[in-house]
Design a protein around this ligand. Structure first.
Ligand code: CUA
Length: 316
């Protein structure tokens, strides 16, 4: 189970910096007002508390109370106006400008319940996103079914993924590292297991990674894995999942691309660490592992499960 915590105040981008600044400013000013008002109430309650005989706090003259009203409403109005300016400024800073005709640096498609990731060179992967550190990437977000919401707090803003339309965001990781995120819009039974794991590499390492990821899947070497490869086609796994070089093209996109599955740290949208055991459990009864997931139970025999898991587990 993926246990890393998504830190909403972590920042690795100018967008997250802008959000954090705005949030902290709001928090400081509203915190000060709350303390001030609570303090005044406490002081008033204490000062005008009933002693032996009832005392009256007396009346404030009408002219004074009008001044107090003007002052409080005026100050509140001024504060709202100031924060409106800061908020609008932040919106402009993080807004992605339209770039007609231009190819985005990345396209990410939300599915129930996993992420499809497409690079401009045609490389396709799933769930674990790799990006070059330093650059501000222009990312297109889409959905294959229902509304999902892309959110990796450190790397920029969150954004809905809406069926039938494309939304765009900036994504930036100033430093190399691993950044956590999750789907932020309830999208069905397994919404909680739509975690995002972003690894930001140095530009050279990213090029190397993309080069490897773009290659076709390796051919299985041992008999068990070879049998698994045959079963992958016979049991119609290939109708939903692509394995570049092993399946006809990479057009099957109902389930995640599995070309280099074994190089991923987790499976099932972050639900299980990637291991032979987890693959076996998943293939033998998907609904027991991730109820509601769109993979049916194929009622495979123990030998078939063993062979398929061995095949998948060597797709480095
Ligand atoms: Cu996808 Cu919530």
């Amino acid at each position: 189970m993926l246990v890393q915590i998504q830190h909403i105040f972590q920042s690795a981008s100018s967008d997250a910096d802008a959000f954090n600044w705005l949030f902290n400013a709001f928090l400081a000013v509203s915190g000060f007002i709350i303390l001030l008002v609570s303090g005044l109430i406490a002081w008033t309650v204490y000062k005008f508390r009933a002693k032996q005989a009832a005392v009256s706090a007396g009346q404030i003259p009408a002219s004074t109370s009008r001044k107090v009203e003007i002052l409080t409403f005026g100050l509140a109005g001024l504060l709202v106006a100031v924060f409106l300016v800061f908020t609008v400024r932040t919106i402009y800073r993080v807004q992605t400008p339209p770039r007609p005709g231009q190819q985005p640096d990345l396209t990410i498609v939300g599915h129930q319940w996993w992420w499809e990731i497409r690079y401009p060179d045609g490389t396709v992967t799933a769930n674990e996103l790799h990006i070059p550190a330093g650059r501000r990437l222009w990312v297109r977000l889409e959905s294959a079914d229902v509304i999902h919401d892309w959110y990796v707090p450190a790397l920029g803003r969150k954004m809905d993924m809406i069926p039938g339309m494309s939304n765009y965001v900036w994504m930036q990781a100033r430093e190399k590292g691993v950044y956590e995120g999750a789907c932020n819009e309830y999208c069905g039974a397994q919404h909680a297991w739509m975690r995002i794991r972003v690894t930001a590499h140095s530009p050279e390492d990213f090029r190397r990674w993309l080069g490897e990821e773009g290659k076709s899947a390796r051919e299985p070497k041992n008999e068990l894995a070879k049998k698994g490869k045959e079963l992958f086609h016979k049991k119609v796994c290939a109708g939903c999942h692509s394995i570049r070089g092993h399946t006809a093209g990479d057009s099957a996109r109902i389930g995640p691309d599995l070309t280099h599955l074994a190089s991923r740290k987790y499976i099932l949208g972050g639900k299980e660490p990637n291991s032979l055991g987890a693959l076996r459990a998943w293939i033998s009864n998907p609904q027991a592992v991730k109820p509601g997931a769109h993979m049916p139970n194929f009622n495979l025999s123990p030998e078939e499960i063993e062979a398929l898991a061995a095949y998948l587990n060597q797709l480095k």
